[in-house]
Ligand binder design. Structure first.
Ligand code: NPW
Ligand code: ADP
Ligand code: K
Length: 478
């Protein structure tokens, strides 16, 4: 699990550790980790000795890290030049170390022929988008041919929220110290960080619960339902799908398809007869049942809403019956328009995209997109349900607070009609298989993204291709 903490939490943990260490020890640890990653990058492109390295050096400790790491590389024969953001404010010890090791200061033309640019302009002390010369240097780094390695985080991103306000550095890799920051896991900031490597500097006094966490392959593999020898189809779980309508039958099909690949023993479909017949033609294994959920056979969880129209008596009734069953459920798309007066809870997973979340909160879509973390927390708390906010970084929050999960496998290839229906079905199946709502939603999002990544290797994808690649995604994790 990758765990990210807010800046004030990291500052407190750093202060606790610094009080127990000699002056400057923490920065030396950070710089040593940074220099090791820089050396590895340079080794891949011809070696450290003689390599041209440009440092972008800010006025704070982020600049200090870059200078000490630069000194380490200079001692190994690299030609290191430091471009100072402000010559009157620079980490004096770091600069002295660099000069002593053979490095020197230079103007920004040093970026032109560098093989590696180390971005030490701003770390967790940054606020707002880059200003003045910092913005100008970020643009110069983007234009240069060199690989860019960010120190702690790409300068200019918002470490706490993942927002990007204006210009910021776009890195190929980031070396982050002590713990992840939410901005390294949440877009749009995360996509500026490249490959993120965590360097352990010994921080221990971090809060029990992270602010944001991201499952990794081993976590997901540990959570996926696995049939035991002694199981039968009912013990594996049965999921009910109350999706699709006469006008939108395809959403019902795709939700059923996602549910069939979610590791349950059986899928029951409840909906209009002609949709049920279509489903049976494609998947004879589905149990097609009554048009209303309350009349269907026993299930352990429901998926409801994909392909349900708004302002429709039958759709409202289907949603209400699913919620009244008190079973775990996914409420997607159309079902999100019928939430008034329903008794939600943590066992209900709502799956809005930014537009739907904005409507539920009475704000503009752009506001949600700019600050997804705050809005997903707010929506979960306000509606009293687990909320999965879809988008370029899908986020999942529980109503009682706690760590928000950020999905690391998202790909823009998923932005295709019907892909959300597949996701809803998949999460419903994971709920029926017994995963708790937060896990079902985050494992579902992870597998959905992984399926998207596998499918896109063969070209542009449609939602149906996700169904075809979901078994491969499972196989990859087992
Ligand atoms: N603490 C520790 O134990 C350890 C910390 N470590 C390292 O320290 C880093 C944090 O260092 P830090 O606190 O000095 O802040 P830092 O990010 O360098 O920048 C602050 C300066 O930037 C400026 N500035 C702000 N916004 C700006 C903008 N938009 N555009 C332009 N300028 C802007 C602002 O100037 P001001 O606005 O105040 O004039 C302020 O002075 C951390 O990320 C890690 O790398 C490691 O060594 C491990 C041990
Ligand atoms: N830029 C993006 N990067 C990664 N994933 C995305 C992006 N845009 C959308 N997605 C994902 O694609 C899916 C789209 O779902 P949704 O908006 O419900 O569409 P539909 O209703 O057509 O199925 C969601 O899982 C969402 O997280
Ligand atoms: K930086």
């Amino acid at each position: 699990m990758r765990r990210a903490y807010h800046v004030d939490e990291i500052r407190r943990a750093e202060a606790d550790l610094m009080a127990r260490l000699p002056d400057g020890a923490l920065m030396q640890r950070a710089a040593a980790g940074l220099a090791a990653v820089a050396a590895r990058i340079l080794r891949d492109s011809g070696g450290v000795y003689g390599a041209r390295v440009a440092l972008l050096v800010g006025v704070g400790d982020n600049g200090g890290d870059a200078l000490y790491a630069g000194a380490g590389l200079a001692r190994r024969g690299a030609r290191v030049r430091a471009v100072l953001l402000d010559e009157t404010r620079v980490h004096a010890g770091g600069l002295a170390a660099l000069v002593e090791a053979g490095g020197r200061t230079a103007d920004e033309t040093a970026l032109d022929d560098a093989e590696l640019i180390i971005d030490g302009m701003l770390g967790i002390g940054g606020h707002g988008g880059l200003r003045g010369r910092a913005a100008q240097l970020a643009r110069a780094a983007a234009d240069a041919a060199a690989a860019v390695l960010a120190v702690d985080l790409p300068s200019g991103i918002d470490a706490d929220s993942g927002q990007v306000a204006g210009t910021c550095v776009r890195a190929d890799a980031t070396v982050t110290f002590g713990a992840y920051k939410p901005g390294l896991l949440i877009d749009p900031a995360a996509e500026h960080a490249g490959v993120v490597e965590l360097v352990d500097i010994g921080l221990s006094a971090l809060p029990e619960h992270a602010a944001v966490e991201a499952l990794q392959a081993a976590d997901v593999a540990g959570l996926l339902p696995r049939p035991s020898h002694a199981t039968d189809k009912y013990l594996r779980g049965v999921v009910g799908v109350a999706c699709g309508s006469v006008d939108y039958p395809g959403a019902g099909m795709l939700a059923v398809g996602g549910a069939l690949r979610g590791g349950v023993g059986a899928v029951r479909y409840s909906g209009p007869r002609q949709v049920g017949e279509e489903i049976l033609r494609r998947w004879p294994e589905v149990l097609v049942e009554a048009e209303l959920p309350s009349a269907a056979g026993r299930v352990q969880a429901w998926v409801c809403g994909s392909g349900l129209p708004a302002d429709d008596e039958y759709a409202a009734q289907r949603t209400k019956q699913v919620v009244d069953s008190a079973l775990p459920a996914v409420l997607d798309a159309g079902a999100l328009t019928y939430l008034d007066d329903l008794d939600l809870g943590e066992h209900i997973v709502l799956t809005p995209h930014a537009g739907e979340a904005a409507r539920l909160l009475g704000v503009e879509r752009a506001q949600v997109e700019a600050n997804r973390l705050d809005f997903v927390r707010g929506l979960a708390a306000e509606l009293g349900a687990t909320v999965l906010l879809k988008g370029s970084t899908t986020l999942i929050a529980e109503p009682g607070g706690g760590a928000v999960r950020a999905n690391p496998t998202g790909t823009a290839a998923l932005a295709t009609a019907g892909s959300g229906d597949v996701l809803a079905g998949l999460i419903g199946a994971l709920l029926a298989a017994g995963l708790r709502p937060l896990d079902a939603a985050s494992v579902g999002a992870y597998m959905h993204g992984l399926a998207g990544r596998l499918a896109r290797r063969e070209g542009p994808i449609a939602a149906g291709d996700l169904l075809a690649s979901l078994p491969r995604a499972w196989h990859n994790l087992q």
